[in-house]
Design a protein around this ligand. Structure first.
Ligand code: HEC
Length: 182
């Protein structure tokens, strides 16, 4: 007896699923509001794709900028001006913007964010992550400044009391920077 050919059935089922998914999306059933929790599938898929894409493009090797107090002071000033509003920092009250981001801007002092290489941190800060709110800073900052930011992100888990105070201070007041760091 001739065995039935499974291929047309599988193809038909595949097309059927695609049509159903298309119809559901077309009907606006998938909720893209920032207040809606993403499905496990969306979250897992997105973080897998982002991690792999960043790892592939990240420069190799450690931070080319040596870590000095001037570099950290400049990194702090940049972080305060460009990153704090979304990512917050230890001892700083979260902003309304950071509460409303979805996906959230991770707490960069936590081990999850610290486990990547220096190059991976540089890549995310430089190129951003499309459709998440994470901007590309390569369009506005020099590579040297971005590496100083990488140095400061690495320093976030061990901030001194002065640094915490400088980050938490009233808006518009820039922390003291040594002249050499400008
Ligand atoms: C407008 C909000 C916003 C600003 C401003 C912002 N980020 Fe982000 N950032 C995000 C979001 C959202 C993500 C999560 C992206 C994702 O889910 O893949 C992110 C991710 C990151 C990551 C990856 C963390 C991880 O665990 O993988 C790093 C590193 C980072 N940002 C650093 C910075 C630095 C440094 C600055 C300032 C120069 C900055 N970000 C400014 C929103 C922001």
């Amino acid at each position: 007896m001739k065995r039935p050919n499974a291929l047309p059935v599988l193809l038909g089922a595949g097309v059927g699923v695609l049509v159903l998914v298309g119809a559901a999306l077309g009907a606006g059933l998938y909720d893209v509001s920032a207040t809606a929790k993403p499905s496990r599938l969306e979250e897992g898929f997105a973080s897998f794709v982002v991690d792999r894409a960043v790892a592939r493009r990240a420069p190799k090797g450690p931070n080319p900028v040596s870590i000095t107090p001037e570099v950290l002071a400049r990194g702090l000033a940049e972080y305060r001006g460009h990153c704090l509003v979304c990512h917050g920092a230890p001892g700083v009250r979260p902003t309304g913007i950071s509460k409303g981001l979805n996906p959230p801007a991770p707490d960069l002092a936590q081990p999850d964010a610290q486990e990547g290489t220096d190059g991976e941190l540089f890549q995310v800060i430089s190129a951003g992550v499309r459709m998440t709110g994470m901007p590309a800073f390569s369009l506005s900052e020099s590579p040297e400044t971005l590496w100083k930011l990488v140095a400061f992100v690495r320093h976030l888990p061990k901030l001194s009391d002065e640094e915490r105070a400088a980050l938490a201070g009233p808006p518009g007041v820039r922390p003291e920077e040594p002249a050499a760091a400008r």
